[in-house]
Ligand binder design. Structure first.
Ligand code: 4AD
Ligand code: MG
Length: 456
């Protein structure tokens, strides 16, 4: 006899004695029988346990079982006479390991995602958040599988850093100083002897890796102190950043497309039940969208072309469309959802709205940037070919008001065996949002951090 996961039991043929551990999803106490659905988080569906009066603790314990209680069950795996499941467990022993009071907040009804966020310590027991966490796990595995298969080396880049990788000034400070002495000017006395921050991106360190190992990727938490209370922004999110030496923008676009297709295919293969749950309960098009991504080639256009299309669209956008201004989420979604109806790669953005490290085109007005836009989510990937020419990189740092003294090592990469190289960053939560159809990014991460929220 072996303790089994519910997901595995549900696929087994009837027969044999099994042991399961889990929590009561629902308990229905009929006259001479209790029907207890037990879930251990291994699948959307729980397994039905039937308890009858021959159990020694039937009257005083089994009859009192409620949703949320922790259980150990031993019983026979039998064919289920009921609809909707092949097998069920005829209990020989039911032991309540941990009970629940009247105040257990999860009941057999739909709770709003907002409410569930207030009980993040329990919300993964719901069908939807459980499915999200399993898809999240599968997506993480799929990402590693893709890069490992392509010969990339995973590089662990630091969480604490002294340089602003995006040059956007959205960093959280890390300090052991308190009160007035926490002034950045007094940072010589601080732990690192200089101002230090939580990283916004592992890219610059990944470029160091690519300049030696050729193909690397990072997969780590990143932090942004941007005050954006939207359904697509978190203050702490996970990012995957491949960086490849001897690669140009076209190669980078091709890598991003192959990567997204591979991960989406992997999810359909490994998370079929959970994806069916999302298609049924959350977003009708969830599975079709993934199939569509795998099948159709991505569209590609330049920023300048995108602006022309937006101007000619006749749409009344909230934010005006103008060459030189950044594309807003409403513009991105119009382009990918309505104009092309599939993933879209926009390239060659104006130099003024993109970070210092992007390769300057010959027109000197645009840089070799690429954003991958997908329906429902908008920007899911941001990347570029990198500026590997020292004098131009120095000019770009100056024009963005960034001190060369803090980027000396990054500049050094351009002094010693510099090569064209490129990479991108995939927002992991945006990927999970895209795959599951969940509307709010806060509901695809176990413990969301947003302005004003860091509970749990
Ligand atoms: O476009 P971003 O800012 O690019 C970079 O950080 C580059 N260093 C990546 C690279 O080239 N190596 O961010 C990359 C992606 C975005 O496309 C988006 O999916 C996600 O990270 N992202 C966020 N996700 C959740 N919350 C936020 N506040 C995010 N900001 C960016
Ligand atoms: Mg971006």
């Amino acid at each position: 006899m072996k303790r089994a996961r519910v997901a595995d039991l549900l696929r087994r043929e009837p027969g044999g004695v099994v042991e399961i551990d889990g929590w009561v999803k629902t308990a229905r106490h009929a006259k001479e029988m209790s029907f207890i659905e037990v879930s251990d988080g291994s699948s959307v569906a729980g397994i039905q346990v039937i308890a009858e009066p021959d159990l020694a603790n039937f009257e005083d314990e089994v009859r009192a079982l409620r949703t949320g209680a922790a259980l150990r069950v031993e019983g026979e795996l039998i064919e289920s006479p009921g609809k909707g499941q092949r097998v069920e467990v005829a209990a020989r022993r039911v032991e309540q390991v941990g009970g629940v009071g009247d105040d257990y907040p999860l009941q057999k009804k739909r709770h709003t995602f907002e409410f569930l966020r207030e009980i993040a310590h329990l919300r993964m027991r719901t069908n939807s958040l459980g499915a999200v966490m399993r898809v999240r796990n599968a997506a993480s595995q799929a990402i590693h599988r893709f890069f490992q298969g392509e010969g990339f080396v995973e590089l662990h880049t630091p969480v604490i850093t002294a340089s602003d990788a995006e040059g956007a000034g959205e960093m959280f400070r890390v300090t052991t100083l308190e009160g007035a002495s926490a002034d950045p000017d007094a940072a010589a006395a601080d732990f690192f002897g200089r101002p230090a921050y939580l990283t916004v991106s592992g890219q610059l360190e990944a470029e160091i890796g690519a300049a030696a190992l050729s193909r690397v990727y990072t997969f780590g938490p990143t932090f942004r102190a941007e005050n954006s209370n939207t359904s697509r922004h978190l203050a702490e999110f996970w990012m995957i950043e491949p960086e490849v030496a001897f690669l140009d923008l076209d190669g980078n676009v091709a890598l991003a497309e192959a990567f997204l297709k591979s991960v989406c295919g992997d999810l359909l293969e490994h998370c079929r039940d959970d994806m069916e749950f999302f298609a049924l309960r959350v977003e009708k098009s969830a599975i079709d969208t993934l199939e569509h991504v795998i099948r159709e080639p991505f569209e590609r256009m330049t920023y300048t072309e995108a602006v022309k299309i937006l101007e000619a669209s006749g749409r009344d956008f909230e934010f005006p469309v103008q060459w030189g201004a950044d594309l807003q989420s409403e513009h991105e979604r119009f382009l990918t959802e309505e104009h092309v109806g599939r993933p879209l790669v926009v390239t060659d953005y104006p130099r003024g709205i993109k970070p210092f490290y992007m390769y300057l085109n010959d027109d000197e007005r645009t840089v070799r940037a690429m954003d991958v836009l997908v329906p429902r989510v908008g920007e899911i990937i941001g990347g570029s070919q990198r500026e590997h020419r020292l004098p131009i990189l120095e000019t770009r740092l100056q024009e963005q008001g960034l001190p060369e003294s803090e980027y000396w090592w990054y500049l050094d990469l351009r002094r010693h065996g510099s090569v064209p190289h490129a990479g991108f960053g995939l927002g992991f939560e945006r990927l999970v949002q895209f795959a599951t159809g969940m509307a709010n990014i806060r509901d695809v991460i176990p413990f969301p951090r947003t302005p004003g929220n860091a509970e749990f």
